[in-house]
Every structure is written in structure tokens, then in C-alpha cells.
Design a protein around this ligand. Sequence first.
Ligand code: COA
Length: 177
Amino acid sequence: MMVDSLAYQLFGEPYVKFLCGHGEQLRGKVQGFPLASELASSGLLVVFIVNDNDAVAACGIRSIFNVLVLYVEEGYRGRGLGSEVLAKTIDVAQKRGLNFVTLSVSSDNITAFHLYSKCGFKEVAYLRKPNLILMMIPLNLKGRFVCEFLKDVCSFLPDLFLTRVHGWFYKRTVQED
Ligand SMILES: CC(C)(COP(=O)(O)OP(=O)(O)OC[C@H]1O[C@@H](n2cnc3c(N)ncnc32)[C@H](O)[C@@H]1OP(=O)(O)O)[C@@H](O)C(=O)NCCC(=O)NCCS
């Protein structure tokens, strides 16, 4: 599979670009990131590069539930990069025909929750023990039906059951190094 590269102007830096491909192909770029396993397991991975080769942000989508994970290096946070990478990834996902995207975020992670809500993600369920909010965004009409359906299903399934399913599913979708 090809890696798409798109030159991009941000912060006035000249060598800024997005790499877009499969997580396996771009594994080396995100090796040092705390969410490296999740990112490398992604079928779609967008990596933001500065100074020709330094990865400073990445966003990946993996598995049949299209689970999204996002990371921005500390020194680059608070400048709109998270929003840019997320928007770019959602755009590519939509062009590739994905129906929806899901994610889980800690309810303590105010910045990420704010960012996801701003970009159109809606809360589907809250898992009490791991303190996680499950969110989804539909990318087309079919995705809208799936989101509504999952929201309804989650509303009557017990918290403990959902937590177990989430934990099991998480382990199955991340290839540990
Ligand atoms: C979450 C994360 C990706 C945000 O990246 P970022 O580049 O700082 O994001 P942005 O600069 O685009 O800011 C996003 C929004 O959060 C807001 N924000 C930034 N810091 C904030 C804070 N401390 N409290 C509340 N909101 C904050 C920004 O104002 C912006 O909202 P706005 O556009 O309405 O003004 C980054 O903090 C990160 O990588 N965290 C560690 C990994 C993580 O938590 N990932 C998400 C879980 S999967």
C-alpha cells in the first residue's frame, strides 16, 4: 500500500507534512509514542511530520469498530494540532468509505473530550469502573443508523457487561510488541 504524503503549512514551519497509510507501514514513525501499539495496529494511520522526519502527532483508526486513537507530543499541544490531525483522519476515513468512527476517552481527559465533542463525536455510553466515555461519529447515513442502534443497545446493557466486552475487544485489537 502507498503512503500518501501531503505538504502542509502550520506554525509557519516549512517542512511540515502528513503521512497517511497503514499502521504497519508507519510503525517506525510512532515507535516512541505512548500509544504506539494502538497506532501501529491501525488500518488507517495519519502521522504529522516536522523537520522532514520527526513525528509529532498521530491519529489511527483500527478494527471493525473503527476505533480511533490520537496523540500529540507534549511540546506541540495547545496549538490546534490535535484538531488538525483529527479532522484530517476523519476526512480520509470518510473518503475511504468508513460508515462511522468510535473511541473511548477517560472522563478526566477534559482536553480530549472537548476536542472530540467539538469535532462531532457524541457520547454513546459511560463505563463507570474504568471511568471511560464511549463516543461515536457517523460518517454517512448507514453510520447514523449504526450509532443510534449502538446507543440504544448500550442504554439497556449492564455497565459490567459493557466494561468486560470493551476490555476483551481492546485486547483483541491491539498487537503488543
Ligand atoms: C488530547 C490531545 C490530542 C489534544 O491535542 P492538542 O494539539 O493540544 O489539541 P488542540 O490544540 O487542537 O486543542 C483542542 C481543544 O482543546 C482545548 N484545550 C487545550 N488544552 C485544554 C485544557 N487544558 N483544558 C481544556 N481544554 C483545552 C483547546 O482550546 C481546543 O479547543 P478549542 O479549539 O475549542 O479552543 C493531546 O493533549 C494529547 O495527545 N494528549 C495525550 C493523549 C490523549 O489523551 N489522547 C486522547 C485519548 S485517545
